[in-house]
Design a protein around this ligand. Structure first.
Ligand code: ZN
Length: 456
């Protein structure tokens, strides 16, 4: 096989590849709005036709919501599954777009050429990088270097209600050696990255009740316990002076970084001053013995997301409130057990309650972190392929948020997810004037061609 020929084919085919992407971008497949249901269907049909045009057995598969597209291509190497989504976010406010979001245009910008339109980056542009890489392989070699299952979803932007049932019902068909997911970005818009750590999330709501009713603070103040005071004391006690979280057992299952990962992250030269400066801050506020990258990727957190009680309207009211409330979330890493942390957090709160106060709890989701085992040699092979293409050492990175699909591949199919994407920080995902850099589209396509060669 000749990777060079495949890469040259991608280079010379770029104008046509961009026209194909534009055709897909013209379909307003907004999944959350029922008015665009037919368009979602049209986008699925378009992708089925594209795959069939490459000689791949593909079909649209019905779900209670928008259809899935599933295609199978035989090949010699390992069995890879590629996931992307063809649905997009709504476009309002429309007046903030410079152009019709569904009439994609190529544009020169000071940072280079871009294609602008809804879905150009998230996720149609990214999805097409893989399809175009496959096209080039088939054109040059007559077939793909690996066995590939294509799996495109049409409900990602509206919570993926059909995804889990579909994966469960079709687990045998979708099971593969590795699931490639293209819905992430380059690190700081320049370093190719494989996301291997996703933090989990635990949400808790607490209500502390003191007196049975709101009281007059002149009459009862001083003698009656104020639940806002109690709640404030509890919240203040959740971190110590060094930024460590004090819930008993909280750090059970929090791993230390491997030496390799520590070295890679040091090489990323993360500009935390700019990261914080963008939002008017300057000092990292997490555990004081940790780097800012660790704080957002590999360390757990406890944050107060909301706190209320008493009188908060205009003017002033001398009330001694009956109730105080807070919403608190924990980002989890490693093998931290969300249910054990919930129990320990609740017990800590109960232990801090003074006489005459009661507490009630509500839970808002509890999911553990997912950490990809990069011991599979496919990861180093893919990392090398990315490094070769971008001429920048590719890194394994974390992601502060959560990407539920990755967990589904692992949990339902037992297939390791590999998250690679080429989006840039200024792509304006979900916002007006979304764009994808032509550099991302071109080098992203070449990256996949290299990765397929490396994994075969
Ligand atoms: Zn997406």
């Amino acid at each position: 096989m000749s990777l060079d020929a495949v890469l040259s084919r991608i280079d010379s085919d770029m104008p046509e590849a961009l026209e194909r992407l534009r055709a897909l971008l013209r379909i307003p497949s907004i999944s959350t709005d029922p008015a665009f249901a037919d368009d979602c269907d049209t986008a699925a049909d378009w992708l089925v036709a594209e795959l069939q045009g490459l000689g791949i057995a593909a079909e649209k598969r019905a779900t209670p919501g928008h259809p899935m597209v599933v295609g199978h291509a035989d090949g010699p190497g390992p069995h890879l599954l590629f996931y992307g989504h063809y649905d997009v976010q709504p476009v309002d406010p429309l007046d903030l777009w410079d152009n019709d979001p569904f009439d994609p245009q190529l544009e020169d910008t000071p940072k280079g050429k871009v294609i602008r339109g809804r879905g150009s980056s998230d996720d149609k542009g990214q999805l097409m990088t893989f399809v175009e890489a496959c096209r080039a392989w088939i054109a040059e070699e007559g077939s793909l270097p690996c066995k590939i299952t294509f799996f495109f979803e049409g409900e990602e932007e509206s919570g993926s209600p059909s995804l889990v049932p579909f994966m469960e019902e079709n687990a045998e068909e979708l099971k593969s050696d590795l699931a490639l997911i293209c819905d992430t970005g380059l690190f700081e818009s320049r370093t190719p990255a494989i996301v291997t750590m996703l933090r989990g999330l635990l949400g808790e709501e607490i209500t502390i009740t003191g007196p049975e009713l709101d009281l007059h603070s002149g009459m009862y103040g001083g003698v009656a316990m104020n639940p806002v005071r109690v709640l404030s004391r509890i919240i203040a006690a959740l971190h110590d002076d060094t930024g460590r979280i004090t819930v008993p057992g909280f750090y059970d299952g929090v791993p230390e970084l491997s030496d390799e990962l520590e070295a890679q992250w040091q090489g990323l030269a993360f500009d935390h001053a700019a990261f914080l400066g963008d939002v008017g801050l300057s000092e990292p506020a997490g555990e004081q013995d940790r780097t800012p990258l660790e704080m957002i990727w590999s360390r757990p957190t406890c944050e107060v997301n909301g706190i209320w009680g008493g009188y908060t309207g205009d003017g002033f009211k001398t009330v001694l409130p009956s109730e105080a409330h807070a919403k608190i979330s924990f980002r989890l890493v490693g093998t931290q057990d969300p249910l054990a942390i919930r129990e320990n957090f609740r017990q800590m709160v109960r232990d801090m309650l003074p006489p005459d106060c009661k507490v009630s709890f509500g839970g808002h989701g509890a999911s553990g972190a997912s950490q990809t085992k990069t011991s599979d040699p496919a990861f180093e092979a893919a990392r090398q392929a990315l490094t070769d293409e971008w001429q920048v050492p590719a890194a394994y990175v974390g992601c502060g948020g959560s990407i539920p699909i990755a967990g589904h591949f692992q949990d339902i199919l037992g297939t390791t997810p590999m998250l690679i994407g080429f989006g840039k920080d200024d792509d304006a995902l979900h916002s007006p004037n979304e764009k994808y850099d032509l550099e991302s589209f071109h080098k992203g396509t070449r990256s996949w061609a290299r990765i397929l060669a490396a994994l075969s």
